[in-house]
Write a protein that binds this ligand. Structure first.
Ligand SMILES: Cc1cc2nc3c(=O)[nH]c(=O)nc-3n(C[C@H](O)[C@H](O)[C@H](O)COP(=O)(O)O)c2cc1C
Ligand code: SF4
Ligand code: SF4
Length: 404
């Protein structure tokens, strides 16, 4: 049979810019040089935000090693922790990269990510130079956990509405028609208040929601957290699959309250993740950890997977996904109060491992008996339909069915 590619349009629009597909490199190590981004563009990425840069007089201090990771059971790297800083390359190197990339790849999107600490002159200079060199957009880095300015040194810019307005205001003064995006953190009490500050300052878009500030693990021999630098460590930015639920919620919260263009960043590994982020309002999806783990070539699978998914759903364009799950997210109090499903087991598949029995006995509603041959037997009168056993069964042979 002839292989036929799905006839769908993967292109999306974000901040008035066309991206040939939704897959973009986030500002991070995979976008730290012309050579790297060129390879990524050749592989199929639609755009890249260069790693965050600064003026030439700014000293970038980085303590190595910068990486640590968290495994769970057999799975490597469900979370990555980093104590990286912004790029060691200053604006002159990034300007050169943008010039060459835009020249060689006119249909790809190249953004710059800026960092000017508390210095208005730095922010203004970086913005003007971004416009002059022809960057498609700039991201204002407000969510970096390792470099926090202003009076409250433990806070990120994106955690203080006044600081968000102040920095974005400086950038917007010099940005002309070039879109300005605020890269925000999820670690705030009220993301709506932060987005309001972005809108008041004239921000054109938001990227949400970066890493989550954490401590990834502590060596039980030495009592030193990871990564250890001469016996000391510090808090890190946690990225990768573990942050996906946080990114999804942050995007949904923003999209439900505002129409500002949204880019997703945090936890995307597969085309399914991408589709989910788009369903809660993102137009583009940025990748960092997945590329650091598996390489640029994952973009082939991402494009193919999304194209087949759209075809399967009878959709013509990836734009059709944007925001489609939002009406299905309501406040907890608006959910129907009901208890009308019960558990049902496909006994032909059950391995008699007993996990459902213990989960329900000690974390559910004591609905299971174990038969003499080891098969779990749920009692529908005791089952609440809580779904705990469904979620933990290793062979996925439990489902919820209507209560009779
Ligand atoms: C080692 C490392 C360095 C990073 N450096 C930057 C940076 O310079 N500027 C920035 O905005 N984000 C930076 N990030 C954050 C990523 O761009 C991205 O927002 C975050 O890792 C979450 O996405 P992911 O789960 O796809 O990795 C960095 C992330 C990592 C892992
Ligand atoms: S759905 Fe909940 S209450 Fe019902 S059997 Fe499973 S764990 Fe027990
Ligand atoms: S967890 Fe699944 S496989 Fe294990 S006993 Fe229960 S139904 Fe069977």
């Amino acid at each position: 049979m002839m292989y036929q590619e799905p006839e769908v349009d993967l292109s999306v629009e974000y901040c008035g810019i066309r991206f040939e597909n939704p897959f973009v490199l986030s500002s991070a190590p995979p976008s730290d040089s012309y050579e790297m981004v060129k390879r990524a563009f050749d592989a199929g990425w639609a755009g890249a935000i260069m790693k965050t840069t600064s003026v030439e007089s700014y000293q970038v201090d980085i303590s190595y090693p910068i990486m640590t990771s968290m495994d769970y059971e057999e799975k490597k790297g469900v979370a990555l922790g980093n104590i990286d800083n912004i790029s060691e390359w200053h604006m002159d190197v990034m300007e050169d990269a943008v010039r060459r990339l835009k020249d060689e790849f006119p249909t790809k999107v190249v953004g710059l990510s800026l960092w000017g600490t508390t210095n208005r002159d730095h922010w203004e200079e970086l913005t003007k130079r971004s416009v002059d060199v022809g960057a498609d957009l700039v991201e204002v880095s407000m969510s970096c956990p390792t470099d926090s300015p202003f009076a409250r040194a433990s806070l990120m810019v994106g955690q203080v509405p006044d600081d968000v307005k102040r920095v974005l205001g400086w950038v917007k003064e010099r940005s002309g028609k070039m879109p300005v995006v605020a890269k925000l953190t999820s670690q705030v009490t009220d993301i709506a208040e932060i987005v309001e500050a972005v809108e008041e300052a004239g921000g054109d878009g938001v990227c949400a929601s970066d890493t989550v500030h954490g401590l990834l693990g502590i060596d039980l021999d030495t009592f030193i957290p990871n990564p250890s630098i001469n016996g000391k460590s510090t808090f890190c930015g946690v990225s990768g699959p573990v942050v996906k639920p946080i990114t999804l919620r942050t995007l949904a919260m923003i999209a439900k309250g505002s129409g500002i263009p949204l880019a997703a960043s945090g936890g995307a590994t597969t085309w399914q993740d991408c589709a989910e982020y788009m369903l809660v309002g993102a137009s583009t999806v940025q990748f960092c950890t997945a590329v650091m783990h598996y390489g640029y070539d994952i973009v082939e699978d991402l494009q193919e997977g999304l194209a087949y998914f759209l075809e399967h759903k009878g959709l013509k364009s990836s734009k059709d996904l944007v925001g489609k799950a939002l009406p299905n997210i309501v406040a907890h109090g608006d959910l129907l109060v009901k208890k009308d499903v019960v558990t049902s087991i496909d006994e032909a598949i059950c391995t008699k491992c007993g996990m459902c029995y213990y989960a329900c006995r000690d974390g559910g509603h004591q609905a299971y008996e174990l038969a003499e041959d080891g098969l779990p037997k749920p009692d529908p009168d005791k089952c609440y339909g809580c779904a705990l056993c469904v979620e933990i069964c290793p062979v996925e042979c439990i489902s919820l069915v209507p209560r009779r």
